[in-house]
Design a protein around this ligand. Structure first.
Ligand code: OKS
Ligand code: ZN
Length: 333
């Protein structure tokens, strides 16, 4: 299977995130990507598809914000990463704000998603990596792996969050639809893919199924609850399956089988897999208990659907085991 990656994705080097009330070392390190590359060897560079497929999913004003945010931060006299501290909650008016602090509040969801000098280039090339993996699948490959970093599934149409800026899975799904395919997205990251859910919530042409930790106990808290079924044309096309902390393969497998039944019933002919290795037992920020070999079993079951699959990397922070966990997943295809 082909792996797509661009060295510019290493230029996103967030220093801190807020964790338990203090600044802590950020979990999304460049070593995550290099660890995976070392384990799986060969890769190809992405081809540049330009801004159009990004703009098919994200708002123009948000894309402008992402490209300018760090420069605006420096112009305001700051150093280091741009990070928000004030957020609009409810009843906001559509003000034309220009202060960087206001823009950060408008277009980010939390204080764990800082924007540095290399963030836009990294996330732009991450999205191109995902689109290039799709090209390979559209050309007939059984599956292709997009080593996206930063991840994407918490990013919505007009906001960053949860370490994510551009929603790579949604960008791939939309591009596949535009190429005439019928798409389902399966999100097996430990965290709910709230951005992906949000982007397709009122659409019936994309089935979204996510297996994740209960949002009552885990990030992103406000979304991912099992009664979120979609709205309007999308009613019935959104499925959230929650599992308690401590879940191991024996209880994960039935949830996966249920998900795959829902995807089979959707009539999709192409699958986008948002893959997070943060369900691993040794993950430092998560609470499931999957073992390395479970990722091969997971992939084997997904591959048994027969659906051509674009695998998009999301989370996974046990850096020493990350390469083996991703290699196990890819081996299962
Ligand atoms: C932990 C709270 C922030 C969690 C961010 C989640 C990133 C991720 N300090 N999403 O899938 O892996
Ligand atoms: Zn995650």
């Amino acid at each position: 299977m082909i792996t797509v990656f661009d060295d510019r994705q290493l230029g996103h080097r967030p220093v801190h995130e807020f964790f338990n009330g203090a600044l802590a070392a950020h979990a999304d390190t460049p070593a995550r990507a290099t660890g995976i590359l070392n384990a799986i060897g060969d890769m190809v560079a992405p081809t540049d598809h330009g801004m159009a497929p990004l703009a098919a999913v994200h708002d123009a004003a948000y894309l402008t914000f992402l490209t300018e945010a760090h420069d605006r931060w420096l112009t305001a006299g700051r150093t280091g990463d741009a990070i928000g501290y004030a957020w609009p909650v409810v009843g906001r008016r559509p003000l034309d704000l220009t202060r960087i602090d206001a823009l950060l509040g408008r277009h980010t969801a939390d204080a764990v998603t800082p924007i540095g000098a290399g963030t836009w280039d990294a996330t732009y090339w991450g999205a191109q990596t995902a689109l290039t993996a799709l090209d390979h699948v559209l050309a007939g490959d059984r599956a292709a792996f997009a080593l996206c970093r930063p991840p994407g599934h918490h990013a919505g149409r007009d906001y960053a969050g949860g370490y994510c800026f551009l929603n790579n899975a949604a960008i791939v799904a939309q591009a596949a639809i535009d190429a005439g395919r019928r798409v389902a997205i399966l999100d097996v990251d430990y965290h709910h893919g709230n951005g992906t859910q949000d982007i397709f919530y009122d659409r019936g042409d994309v089935t979204f199924v996510s297996i994740h930790a209960d949002p009552r106990t885990d990030f992103p808290y406000f979304w991912g609850h099992p009664d979120e079924h979609g709205a309007g044309d999308g009613l019935g096309a959104n499925h959230n399956i929650i599992l308690p902390r401590g879940t191991a393969w024996s209880d994960y497998a039935p949830a996966l089988d249920r998900s795959l039944d829902l995807i089979a019933a959707s009539g999709a002919d192409l699958l986008v897999l948002s893959f997070g290795a943060d369900t691993y037992e040794g993950d430092p920020i998560s609470g499931f208990a999957l073992k390395t070999e479970d990722f091969a079993t997971m992939a084997h079951r997904i591959a048994a659907t027969g659906l051509p699959t674009v695998i998009v990397m999301e989370g996974g922070y046990a850096v020493n085991a990350l390469g083996s966990n991703v290699a196990a997943l890819l081996s299962g295809f």
